[in-house]
Design a protein around this ligand. Sequence first.
Ligand SMILES: CC(C)(COP(=O)(O)OP(=O)(O)OC[C@H]1O[C@@H](n2cnc3c(N)ncnc32)[C@H](O)[C@@H]1OP(=O)(O)O)[C@@H](O)C(=O)NCCC(=O)NCCS
Length: 168
Amino acid sequence: MRCIAETAKPPNSGGTVMGLSDSYFLRNFHPMDVPRIADIVADALREHYEPSLYISLSREWPEGYLVAVDGAGMVQGFLLGVNQTPSEGRILMFAVDAVWRRRSVGSSLMSTFFHRCRMRGLRRVTLEVRVGNATAIRFYQRYGYTITDLFQGYYSDGENGYQMARYL
Ligand SMILES: CC(C)(COP(=O)(O)OP(=O)(O)OC[C@H]1O[C@@H](n2cnc3c(N)ncnc32)[C@H](O)[C@@H]1OP(=O)(O)O)[C@@H](O)C(=O)NCCC(=O)NCCS
């Protein structure tokens, strides 16, 4: 799996709604989200996965899999994180619909994910990103990630990938 990473308030104690702004909110992933997430992945990440993959990845740590939903109930972004080791989280996929970018959806997802990681006692988060994805690299650096490794030919089209990481 390739990597395909708040201004929001911290999670509410009782429900799945975690952060709220004027126009979107965050909640946990639900299997019914898969078709829309697959569309976002195809468009934003140029990848195509079996629908069952999105569901199986949600089982180990459901709280690490977040979606951003607009006022009409449509998923507009998501962050799929897993508990890679006892002390590390890893972001496997992170994307926001093109129309919804630069409206802090990505920041909300990332900040809430950090909160979830800390609540679980995780100390570090890693991810991979295409070396040519300057927008995402800048975003990650703004969130305290640094480049920790270079993976030659990491992506299916041969592009190299950076591993990035930050301590919590
Ligand atoms: C990376 C990505 C998820 C960021 O999501 P986003 O919702 O656009 O993130 P934000 O809106 O929180 O922040 C993006 C930028 O918009 C700016 N911004 C946020 N709200 C803003 C606002 N109201 N007005 C102007 N700028 C704003 C942020 O400061 C940030 O600036 P930067 O470009 O210097 O980092 C998104 O660009 C994306 O989906 N890209 C394609 C998929 C991808 O590359 N995923 C990562 C794979 S590893």
